[in-house]
Design a protein around this ligand. Structure first.
Ligand SMILES: [Zn+2]
Length: 193
């Protein structure tokens, strides 16, 4: 005689039980195992209770009742440039920043010798590392294939000015375009009227 399978019913087995697709093995287990019989009974009761729950649906005219309470604002033109409003806390922050700058300047003026000492010490290390970085960057740039043509384009002061001005215009155009892109242009509503 082989013993009955020792494993109890799983959640899948319970689902199979409700759809009456339980295997013969599990049916035999159910006949001998009181725990699983209790589990099946409790599960059946739960399913029955769930089935008796009322189905919740919005009543007729729900959308209309909601929309009568919704005020849709008229679209307002968006200025190309806008500045934050001066609230009390922002003015306070600005004043604190200005006071900090004034204090820093006053301290620097009265402690000139100490500041000079720090600056000279910091300068020598900073100059060394910046020089090394600049040399490495220039060597890297000069090695690029496009370097010579780029150098000819920006060779004269006039051409350099034109390139800088064009870059500025391009940058501003990009900002204005981005602003138009992220600003809604018409009335925005996700609900059906
Ligand atoms: Zn069992």
């Amino acid at each position: 005689m082989t013993p009955w399978p020792a494993k109890h019913l799983t959640a899948d087995d319970l689902d199979a039980f409700h759809s009456e697709a339980l295997t013969k093995e599990m049916q035999l287990h159910l006949e001998t195992c009181e725990d699983c019989r209790y589990l099946v009974a409790a599960d059946r009761e739960l399913v029955e209770l769930l089935g008796r729950l009322p189905v919740l649906e919005p009543q007729a005219g729900f959308v209309d009742r909601v929309m009568t309470r919704v005020t849709i604002a008229e679209p307002v033109p968006v200025p190309v440039l806008s500045f934050p409003r001066l609230t009390r806390s922002r003015v306070g922050g600005l004043l604190a920043a200005a006071a900090g700058i004034c204090l820093s300047v006053a301290w620097s003026a009265t402690n000139r010798a100490a500041l000079d000492g720090w600056l000279i010490a910091a300068q020598s290390t900073a100059v060394d590392s910046v020089t090394a970085l600049a040399q490495a960057t220039m060597a890297n740039l000069a090695g690029q294939s496009w370097y010579e043509s780029a150098r000819q384009i920006v060779g004269s002061p006039l051409r350099t000015a034109v390139v800088v001005a064009a870059s500025g215009v391009l940058y501003l155009t990009g900002i204005v375009a981005l602003r138009r892109l992220i600003t809604p242009s018409g009335p925005v509503s996700n609900a059906r009227a």
